[in-house]
Ligand binder design. Structure first.
Ligand code: ADP
Ligand code: MG
Length: 731
């Protein structure tokens, strides 16, 4: 059955088909009776549009045919009617600016008329193009304020949906956001471009193997597993750090083990289950195929994973997932924390991005299949990805860099910042055989037969349980695990698509050259073997199946020459290395200016994020923690005075007081120190970011250590903010 359709244009999936097959119960069992109720699907369009208009819009969605103004008008009008019937009063162009969030500006369908009535209006041009005043979105220097115009353009491959919030319903139109000169100011535009090149380059491989019959388009597929924390909302509001920064800047870890008991299955509090179901219900209405939910390792940590979809739609849906979780939690007295590291000393949150490539005929190109040709083809795709990760590890690492993710990557928590590829035993074995160039006829009980034409029987789910690898092959897809929980997946997916495109281009060119005009099967086999052998030799250093947490691996990776950017400032600066600029330029995913602007924006965001944290930390320290410590100091002093007045030896109490006063003085000095480094503003974003990394972060760390020490000494009734012990239990 055809799940995907298209024309070599990006994102031409058909999501609509997919939704409909799901609704028809053909693909899998019915997810929900009301699935995609709030989505303007192809099916809805078919019911509501004149036949010829429907066929035209279908062609636009599936084959990228241009849309005429007349068609756009009719579609817009049907869309408006449908939306208003569902209670919508406004519409918005919905886009992903480089802030990492989504943006929308609402316009009403109704225009008041002086005669006391109102006219409802929504034209084709309002549907396909918007012109938000965009001067306050980051452009990284692309757009001067005097030319602040930004355009939004309807991405008709991602379905229009209704957003229900606060008793209002808004029609949301997924759009790309570009400057008036056409530069991408958002995350969707480069993602669509990268999908387009990936499709083109992957097609070349299929042509070489003669497996391209009926294939018109190849899409990147994404399945994102979202980890998150839930905490009691009342406690949340008592913590300025959580409210302002989404993470705790102070707090000592509760005694180990104790908090876990509340978290195992069987004891999920009712309101958490209530929250999960409501999120799922809302997402189902929006056509997000939510599938899995479960507890995570840390207390109060959970995970939600929709089924994979074409990358563009999965990326839009990922934003909806995060928004829905944030929106629904308060209804259950909860706050959803999406930060990568809300609690020190407790596992952080990531977003595993499962990635593969699929033809419009429904063939997963990373699925090791049974017959020789496709199997050999699988190995070509596999090795091309390995090559891409090795050659472009720096920009892949940079694609997940942020101040928040620094707490995970390169810290004592997986996955490490070294980009390595996990393959599992069976594939490692095959790779080793490819490297030897003369594959043995059999291996492991005769299962593997590379010499003959029946290729290895590669198990589809090779039981990967290595959670320490940032980039793991898991049966029929790669799982990029270094992505942070709070970020948009569009950018890491764009980078992945682009670097793999580069690799596929290289591989295809090599093979095309080796094969010449009239290649027969034998020639193909030997050309592929020769190339794979060479590539495996060149790039096997990036393969690693062991424990990524260990010091040994860090030492070994260094020996192998693998980059290890443990923090974001240096990592982000690799984005604009010439080799990376060249790749993005060559495949027209981002121009040099667009890439530079992104680096600039991400570094600026790093600066802002850490400065906000630093100022919040100083404020909490000075106005909450220090006063509490001083109150306790007074109590201790009173104890000394009272004890001495009673003519009892107060030496111990005095010692205790002196020690405590010493700690308080250190704490005060640490606040001043932090204030001092925050006040410095070296010129230039790189310099400023470096200063923040080298001075502000350590000063925050030092302040926190003292505060956490104070927390263990100040009586609980005086401690001004909720403790980890209180927050990490949901009743
Ligand atoms: P895990 O073992 O990591 O919990 P699962 O096998 O349940 O993972 O899959 C996790 C995610 O991977 C899901 O979102 C799933 O839809 C997605 N996934 C499965 N196949 C593909 C594919 N071909 N391309 C992209 N994502 C996929
Ligand atoms: Mg996973």
């Amino acid at each position: 059955m055809t799940l995907l359709n298209g024309n070599g244009k990006p994102g031409t999936l058909t999501h609509h088909h997919r939704l409909e097959t799901m609704m028809n119960g053909q693909q899998q069992t019915r997810v929900e009776n009301t699935f995609a109720e709030d989505v303007f699907t192809l099916r809805v369009m078919q019911q509501r549009l004149p036949k010829d208009v429907f066929r035209a819009i279908q062609r636009t969605i599936e084959y990228g045919d241009p849309m005429s103004a007349a068609v756009a008008d009719v579609v817009a009008s049907a869309m408006k009617e449908w939306a208003m019937e569902h209670g919508a009063t406004h519409y918005t162009h919905w886009f992903q600016p480089l802030t990492g969030l989504t943006a929308e500006k609402h316009d009403a369908f109704l225009t008041p008329d002086p005669d006391g009535t109102a006219i409802s209006e929504f034209s084709g041009s309002a549907l396909v193009r918007g012109e938000p005043d965009a001067s306050s979105f980051p452009s990284g220097g692309i757009r001067a304020t005097f030319e602040a115009r930004g355009y939004t353009a309807w991405d008709c491959t991602s379905p229009v949906f209704l957003n229900r919030n606060g008793g209002t319903v808004t029609l949301c139109i997924p759009t790309a956001f570009v400057s008036w000169t056409g530069e991408a100011l958002d995350k969707k535009t480069p993602l669509l471009r990268s999908m387009q090149v990936l499709s083109e380059q992957a097609m070349r491989i299929l042509k070489i193997f003669g497996t391209d019959a009926g294939v018109t388009n190849i899409t990147a597929t994404l399945g994102c597993e979202q980890e998150y924390f839930l905490i009691d909302r009342e406690l949340y509001f008592k913590r300025e750090d959580l409210v302002t920064c989404d993470r705790t800047l102070f707090g000592t870890r509760p005694p180990k083990g104790q908090q876990l008991e509340d978290h195992y299955f069987g004891s999920i509090p009712t309101r958490v289950i209530g929250f999960m179901s409501e999120v799922e219900r809302e997402l189902c209405r929006l056509g997000v195929p939510v599938k899995t939910r479960h507890n995570e390792v840390a207390p109060c940590q959970f995970e939600l994973a929709p089924l994979f979809e074409t990358a563009n739609i999965a990326s839009d849906h990922q934003m909806l997932v995060m928004e829905a979780m944030k929106r629904v939690a308060p209804r259950f007295g909860l706050q959803c924390l999406l930060h990568e590291k809300p609690f020190k000393g407790i596992n952080g949150s990531g977003k595993h991005v499962n990635w593969s490539m699929s033809t419009n005929t429904g063939v997963n190109l990373l699925d090791p299949r049974d017959d020789t040709h496709t199997n050999m083809q699988f190995l070509v795709f596999l090795v091309a990805v390995i090559r891409a990760v090795d050659l472009h590890a720096d920009i892949l690492r940079a694609s997940v860099a942020s101040a928040a993710n620094d707490h995970r990557l390169g810290a004592n928590e997986a996955p490490p910042a070294i980009m390595s590829v996990f393959l599992g035993d069976m594939l490692t074995d095959i790779i080793e055989q490819l490297e030897s160039g003369s594959p043995k006829s059999t291996l492991k009980g005769g299962k593997l037969d590379l010499g003959a034409r029946t290729l290895p029987q590669i198990p589809r789910h090779s039981g990967d349980r290595n959670r320490t690898s940032p980039f793991a092959f898991t049966g029929n897809k790669f799982e990029f695990r270094a992505v942070g929980s709070s970020g948009a997946v569009a950018w890491p997916a764009t980078v992945l698509n682009t670097i793999v495109s580069e690799s596929l281009d290289f591989v295809a060119s090599q093979l095309e050259k080796a094969l010449g005009k009239n290649a027969d099967d034998k020639k193909l086999q030997s050309a592929v073997r020769a190339l794979l052998q060479k590539l495996v030799k060149q790039h096997k250093r990036v393969l690693f199946d062991g424990d990524g947490y260990t010091q040994e691996w860090h030492a070994e990776a260094k020996k192998r020459g693998l980059p290890n950017f443990r923090e974001s400032v240096a990592s982000l600066q690799t984005m604009t290395l010439k080799k990376n600029v060249d790749v993005f330029k060559k495949f027209k995913v981002l121009s040099k200016v667009e890439l530079e602007s992104r680096e600039h924006i991400f570094i600026e965001k790093y600066i802002k994020q850490v400065l906000i944290e630093a100022e919040t930390a100083a404020s909490i320290a000075r106005t909450q923690i220090l006063p509490a410590a001083l109150r306790h100091q007074t109590e201790l002093a009173e104890v000394v005075a009272a004890t001495e007045a009673a003519e009892v030896d107060a030496a111990k109490a005095r010692e205790h007081l002196e020690e405590f006063v010493g700690l308080v003085n250190q704490f005060r000095a640490a606040i001043d120190k932090l204030d001092g480094v925050v006040a410095k503003h070296p010129d230039g974003v790189h310099e400023h970011a470096g200063q923040i990394r080298d001075q502000v972060r350590p000063a925050m760390g030092a302040l926190r250590e003292l505060a956490d020490e104070l927390e263990t000494r100040v009586p609980r009734d005086l401690w001004p903010i909720p403790s980890y012990r209180e927050m990490l239990v949901i009743r």
